[in-house]
Design a protein around this ligand. Structure first.
Ligand code: AMP
Ligand code: GLY
Length: 413
């Protein structure tokens, strides 16, 4: 099978790496890619937001499967354009990707499917905003309705900050605060069959102990030894399947990766958000631990034949990814710092924001690398990932030291 991965980040590197290790895959192409992806795929220049350009590239390469990594190309209709050329594409249509692209649309689908989520008000005027903030009280959760690349959500007890964030959005969703540990549960679906993956957890704040500002994600691990037994079955029955079925009922079939961001509250599991693509960095440890060949699952989903493919199997043990970010992240980022030591890391080093300048590998973005290791258990995987981190150097490198520490039993809660 010839494959083409669209995107430039860590998630796309993890996908391309897993495809390159799949015996059924004869060629891996990627566009635009990054220097890490170049080691496992042939790179091509393309504007990932241009549906016609992506579809033409896929046709000219003669690929059997296109995998669209990030949300923005999906919302722009890249998967639609690829399918119109008769090429299989893993990723939802532009319309179905509104599940991530519009918080208000997601809330509407959840209400219709009776999926448990935070109570929410959609507001377009300052008066509605004030009334919704009064109704829920602090901590306030204020979400820009549109795609905001991880910057759209403010959770704060400061009313002035909440009002200011709302004022900067055209349409805003204000919702009830959900208290409890967060779990990322991904499912591969063809629009009717739904195969959940193992639960994973990511670490959104920049600093140890969940301090400091939100980021795109500073690390992740799987599985979750602390998660209640039956969690996956419950989420499949109450969240994933009803959402997929409701979208099909509306004629907006969702195929691809359905990402449920969940809060395990005292009053049960609730959806914090849906995404329409693999999460980053959770994808790195998940794909490291996936025992099934990836291409058949993605192609089965793309072709509406997922039921013909065996459900995902997992290797024993655990996997941990630790993100190394550049100086200034998340407020800014620093490019051009020379990276060394990757070859001595002893595990998979996934590239998120790197570039080659005069043959030197340098930082090129906020999140730079995700150092990803598999181990016998979480403590072992964690030790291996941090050995990898210790081998890698660049000026201003920032990383958390507590990824998966609590789950591995290394710190008291
Ligand atoms: P989202 O983009 O919707 O995932 O929100 C980003 C992050 O904000 C989530 O991962 C949560 O940590 C936090 N968050 C979002 N919605 C809520 C909520 N209703 N209650 C508490 N925290 C939330
Ligand atoms: N891990 C968070 C995200 O991918 O949105």
């Amino acid at each position: 099978m010839k494959t083409l991965v669209i995107g430039t980040g860590g998630r796309e590197h993890a996908l391309a790496l897993a495809l390159s290790r799949d015996p059924a895959v004869t060629e891996v192409h990627a566009a635009p890619g990054n220097p890490g992806i170049a080691a496992v795929a042939t790179l091509h220049a393309v504007d990932p937001l241009d549906p016609t350009a992506v579809a033409s590239l896929a046709a000219s390469l003669g690929v059997d499967l296109v995998v669209v990594g990030p949300e923005a190309p999906l919302v722009a209709g890249v998967a639609d354009a690829v399918r119109e050329r008769g090429i299989s594409c893993f990723g939802p249509s532009g319309e179905a990707a509104q599940l991530e692209g519009s918080k208000a649309f997601a809330k509407d689908v959840m209400a219709a499917a009776e999926v448990p989520t935070a109570m929410a008000h959609v507001c377009t005027t300052p008066e509605q905003v004030e009334a919704a903030l009064d109704a829920f009280g602090p901590p306030y959760v204020v979400k820009d309705d549109g795609l905001a690349a991880g910057k759209g959500v403010v959770v704060t007890s400061d009313r002035v900050e909440a009002v200011a964030h709302a004022a900067g959005c055209e349409r805003v969703v204000i919702e009830e605060y959900l208290d409890g540990p967060e779990v990322s549960l991904f499912a591969i679906t063809d629009g009717s069959t739904v195969y959940p993956l193992q639960p994973a957890q990511d670490f959104k704040r920049i600093s140890d102990g969940d301090e400091g500002p939100n980021t795109g994600g500073m690390g992740a691990y799987t599985p979750l030894p602390w998660a209640p037994a039956g969690l996956v079955a419950e989420v499949l029955e109450r969240v994933l399947q009803p959402t997929v079925d409701e979208l099909a009922r509306r004629g907006t079939v969702f195929s691809g990766l359905l990402y449920a961001g969940l809060a395990l509250t005292k009053r049960g599991v609730k959806v914090v958000e849906f995404n329409a693509r693999f999460g980053d960095p959770e994808t790195q440890p998940l794909l490291a631990l996936l025992d099934s060949p990836l291409a058949a699952l993605l192609k089965g989903a793309a072709d509406g034949k997922l039921h013909e493919v065996e459900p995902p199997r997992w290797k024993p043990g655990a996997a941990v990814a630790v993100v190394m970010a550049s100086a200034g992240y998340p407020a800014s980022s620093h490019s051009g710092d020379v990276i060394s030591g990757i070859e001595s890391a002893g595990c998979d080093v996934i590239h998120a924001g790197t570039a080659l300048v005069d043959d030197a590998l340098v930082t090129a973005g906020g999140r730079v690398l995700a150092v990803t290791a598999v181990g016998e258990d979480l403590a072992d995987a964690r030790a291996r990932a941090y050995d990898g981190v210790a081998a890698i150097r660049f000026d201003g490198a920032q990383y958390r030291t507590d990824i998966a520490a609590k789950a591995a039993g290394e710190v008291r809660s």
